[in-house]
Design a protein around this ligand. Sequence first.
Ligand code: GUN
Ligand code: ZN
Length: 438
Amino acid sequence: MFSNTIKAVRGALLDVRQVVHSPTELEDNLRYISDGLMVIDQGKVAWHGTWDKGRVLLPEDIRICDYRGKLIVPGFIDTHIHYPQMETVGAYGEQLIEWLNTYIFPTEQKYANKRYAREMAGLFVCELLKNGTTTAMVFCSVYPESVDALFEECDRRNMRIISGKVMMDRNAPEALQDTPESSYLDSRRLLQKWHKRNRLLYAITPRFAPTSSPEQLEKAMALREEFPDAYVQTHLSENENEVKWVKTLYPERKGYLDVYNHYGLTGERSIYAHCIHLSGEEWQTMAETDSSIAFCPTSNMYLGSGLFNYRKAINKGIRVGMATDIGAGTSFSLFETLNEAYKVVQLQKEKLPALEGFYRATLGGAHTLFLADLIGNFDIGKEADFVVLDPVATQVQQLRWDNSKTLDEKLFVLMTLGDDRNIYRTYVDGSLVYSCTR
Ligand code: GUN
Ligand code: ZN
């Protein structure tokens, strides 16, 4: 019997039982309950199972949120995204370095203004929730105000978000540069203010090796040593010209990843976006240090960066999560991101099955962010972040749904044709935070 503070949700429940170390284990770990019940108490999953078994446990007068005909899945996890870049999605025609200089650096300067940052953080979080994304690892801009704005917005909704202040002291407009000392002091202050406050987590955030001097990376290392349970997020080997540039900026290092490794920035809770042009030795270092990769397919196609070797990463046992990388990425939707991921993998003559895609966007993403003990599936005790999907939001989806026989086929149709129109409700910490108005 439950207390009367609980919330009860009925519908088809789909999740993955446990973290897997090979995609072949996924089928046995899929949990699908066609008529399920999930009970939530104080933001946590208190019970889940079949409706028939669970209904007798409920207090008599409880109101059930009835989502029969819909599909309830864990909230989606976006392992790399930039909130100040929401307003530059779809900037035309350039590859990484020119794109940063032409579009991104001018835009990020607007986030020195706290009022503006707050307004944009609000829009950004709404867009995440509208797409069913309940956890994200987010770049702010270089200004501490932009970090406060995002964390305040996420704290208000009790979201599990990882974020941090960009550290950048060279190769960017002066107005966007900090110094090794100021970036250390600002990051440290923000970390102490936000890390582990409610559900928030802090990431030490050197933008990428070209915009940090060796002195600044030393400061990032000092922060990591002082706060070993904080995160690190940065970019790695996205574009061929970028890789060449890093070689000229850090000639004493063996390669791009060796720069980060030298400054103690690899390891658990270090998340690297892109990782397209890695050498054999760098792949090895990623695996040996248990560093994570954020796979950003829409971004990589959009900026013409290259094809991430997803299957190689998985075969090496590296943690890989899905990422939109807004604003080089072109969609907030993890469905659209998986759709592009499938094509990136296809171009390399490999496959990305629907179930594996679903895992990457949920429990696999949580594993990538070292959060699988807290989020990613419906285990009892987990934080109740979940999405109610309308699996047939368009006529074409309806046709494809009707002529798909297995759950696997249906999931694949969602992964290929799905977008924000399929997000019917989003719940964070057991509370309804987005409701589709169509
Ligand atoms: N490398 C350094 N900064 C960025 C950024 O803002 N976006 C992308 N895609 N790559 C980067
Ligand atoms: Zn990025």
